[in-house]
Design a protein around this ligand. Structure first.
Ligand code: WT7
Length: 652
């Protein structure tokens, strides 16, 4: 398994330990004793015991966890059935098939009625504009979700139907997704920063019968007229022969005009006026959210779903081709996000958790909505950006709500690092206990700054490696147990059995190979050998693409597509997407036909936000074809014009 020997001294606070041998990578940071003392997993040894049981006896391990949830009917057959080997037939993964439950019931009704958390704040909402705030308790959230579930049912939405959601980070987004889950409809959330083309493509791919959107919103200084984009998308759908018959619109920027007489919602006041926003209205299709909600009853029987019924679709941009509709299912996803949230952030009832990710990404699905709510947690829901109105914003929010666990992306850390220590250190941050990162490898310099400046050397950092496809964390430290190494996502979470393969599909084991890897400076493939409950089940409407993308190349393994190294202590180091690396020896392997025509230096490549390179775009640049299609998923569009202007003119 490549688990580490306990070579790092514990109990030494958070001082870094320089160990002989492997340069910077040997430096590790012990979990602070005050964190370990109250942690769910207080030592590396305990982690190892739990992890060993979770992979050797996954049915028993997850079976115990499943007992903490409500099941309408228990699992009638095997707890887990799967096939990971394409040579033996169709790939499938079934956890608790035949058991029935409802995830919305588990994260809301049970918290309100059984656990008596009705008056606990589920979300502190912090708007784009400082001072625009509201909060919503578990009871209020349940009432709104029931109302909106009734609205959806009245519009004819039934179990199995797909509902597209295109909204900024406002409480109604959480209400909308949970209402879908309550009635067994699949939500397909499209990030509100995406274009109308992206929205149209996603609506068509899964034939969504209804769209939920918002009038407009501010992102920093920028006004986004979301309704206009939604209209364009629906127009395009219509042109392609797929008319969407209903569009529900939240009045968000125009909220102040409403006065919102609704007693259950303390809707956020909007301070900033926006006289320029013109909302066009399509009679017969568009409906105002607040009008529908006023008429809706606040009780709604959940749809009892099979554990293996689909819960949602979330599109992830592949490096080639059109986006894949990643499908997650009700039961396994629920167990996995609840459990990762509890252990990885070492959740305790009094925590105030803040994940800065947008709900439009998997990070937001799992660690803004489902994971925290499944644990009865209080979270911050933030509409804005780290630099508006200035770079103090994140830290002033941390102090305002006394955030204890803070989860963000390396890009945000690097951005804020540029402004120096002072914007951070002038805030107290005394509430912070655990810091997290996700999205790409974090460079040690950024890790050390996050640790020293943001966390004042007191807070463990959980560098969580995972994917849209995995549903939740895969490689990650546990705050009270794992000695950290800056830049390493450390060890597998419970139920996760990683391996590293070479090009021939052979598993590389232990320290010797680790040395070999470093010596040849080559990265090998990160794979997982057995299913965990949160793994995706299929690509929507294209199971073959699911099998080809993740299982075909190396039968028996789920292939992440990331390169990885394992050091002599068993720590995993993700080196980035493998399809991004140019294999320099390609000419010898394939023959002279594979000799590059021209090598162009580039300041950057067209990458998605999680760093996947958009090969489709590179191909067009090589062909000097400026018709690039939808570019809304590219993180930095400026590199494209540079690549065009510096391309070699001899290539036609
Ligand atoms: C890809 C998945 C998981 C939610 C955000 C991105 C990269 C993610 C880490 C990390 C190194 C990471 C990988 C992965 N990645 N977290 N902690 N260390 N790399 O979701 O868009 O599905 O992208 O993000 O390359 O495959 P995604």
């Amino acid at each position: 398994m490549g688990l580490p020997e306990e070579r790092v001294r514990s109990g030494s606070g958070s001082r870094g330990q320089e160990e002989a041998g492997a340069g910077g990578r040997a430096r590790s940071w012990s979990p602070p004793p005050e964190v370990s003392r109250s942690a769910h997993v207080p030592s590396l040894q305990r982690y190892r015991e739990l992890h060993r049981r979770s992979v050797e006896e996954p049915r028993e391990f997850w079976g115990d966890i499943a007992k903490e949830f409500y099941w309408k009917t228990p699992c009638p057959g095997p707890f887990l059935r799967y096939n990971f080997d394409v040579t033996k037939g169709k790939i499938f993964i079934e956890w608790m098939k035949g058991a029935t439950t409802n995830i919305c019931y588990n994260v809301l009704d049970r918290n309100v009625h059984e656990k008596k958390l009705g008056d606990k704040v589920a979300f502190y909402w912090e708007g784009n504009e400082p001072g625009e705030t509201t909060q919503i308790t578990y009871h209020q959230l349940l009432v709104q979700v029931c109302q909106f579930s009734n609205v959806l049912r009245k519009q004819g939405i039934q179990k199995g139907d797909r509902v597209a959601i295109y909204m900024p980070m406002i409480p109604e987004l959480v209400v909308a997704m949970l209402a879908c889950a309550r009635i067994g409809a699949l939500h397909s959330i499209v990030f509100a920063g995406f274009s109308s083309e992206s929205l149209c493509e996603r609506i068509l791919d899964s034939s969504c019968s209804l769209l939920i959107t918002t009038d407009a919103f501010y992102r920093g200084e920028k006004l986004v007229n979301l309704k206009e984009l939604a209209d364009e998308a629906l127009q395009k759908c219509q042109e392609k022969g797929f008319p969407v018959r209903c569009c529900i619109v939240v009045k968000h920027l125009g909220r102040a005009e409403l006065g919102m007489g609704d007693s259950t919602s303390q809707s956020p006041p909007i301070k900033r006026s926006c006289p320029d926003v013109q909302i066009s209205w399509n009679q017969g299709i568009d409906l105002w959210w607040h009008e529908l909600m006023q008429e809706a009853g606040d009780e709604c029987e959940p749809e009892w779903c099979d554990a293996e019924d689909p819960l949602f679709i979330l599109y992830t941009s592949g490096s080639t081709g059109k986006p894949k509709g990643v499908v997650h299912t009700v039961g396994g996803y629920m167990l996995y996000v609840a459990t990762t949230f509890k252990y990885v952030f070492d959740f305790h009832a009094e925590d105030v958790f803040w994940c800065t990710a947008d709900i439009g990404w998997i990070t937001g699905h799992s660690y803004v909505t489902y994971g925290p709510l499944a644990n009865g947690a209080t979270s911050v829901l933030f509409e804005g950006i780290p630099t508006y109105p200035d770079v103090n914003r994140l830290w002033s929010i941390v102090d305002k709500y006394k955030v204890t666990k803070f989860y963000t992306a390396p890009t945000a850390i690097r951005l804020l690092m540029k402004f120096g220590d002072e914007p951070v250190t002038k805030h107290s941050r005394a509430s912070l206990q655990v810091l997290g990162t996700v999205g790409e490898p974090i460079n040690p310099e950024a890790w050390l700054w996050y640790h020293r400046v943001v966390g004042a050397q007191r807070c463990p950092i959980v560098d969580t490696f995972w994917q849209t496809e995995t549903g939740g964390h895969m490689l990650t430290p546990l705050p009270g147990a794992t000695p950290m190494k800056p830049g390493s996502a450390t060890f597998p979470f419970f139920g996760v059995a990683p391996a590293i393969l070479n090009e021939s599909g052979e598993e590389l084991e232990g320290e010797a190979e680790g040395y070999l890897l470093l010596r040849t400076e080559t990265s090998w493939l990160e794979v997982f050998k057995q299913p965990w409950p949160g793994i995706m089940r299929t690509v929507y409407g294209n199971h073959e693409r699911f099998e080809t993308t993740y299982f075909k190349k190396f039968p028996g393994y789920y292939v992440t597509g990331d390169g990885c190294q394992r050091d002599q202590d068993g720590y995993y180091w993700i080196t980035g997407r493998i399809d991004d690396m140019l294999n320099v020896s390609v000419r010898e392997k394939i023959g002279p036909i594979a000799t590059p025509d021209y090598i162009q230096n580039a300041p950057g490549l067209p990458k998605t936000r999680s760093g996947k390179i958009m090969r489709r775009v590179l191909r067009k640049i090589a062909q000097n074809d400026h018709d690039l299609g939808d570019m809304s998923t590219v993180a930095d569009p400026s590199v494209i014009s540079h690549l065009f202007s510096h391309r070699c003119l001899t290539i036609q």
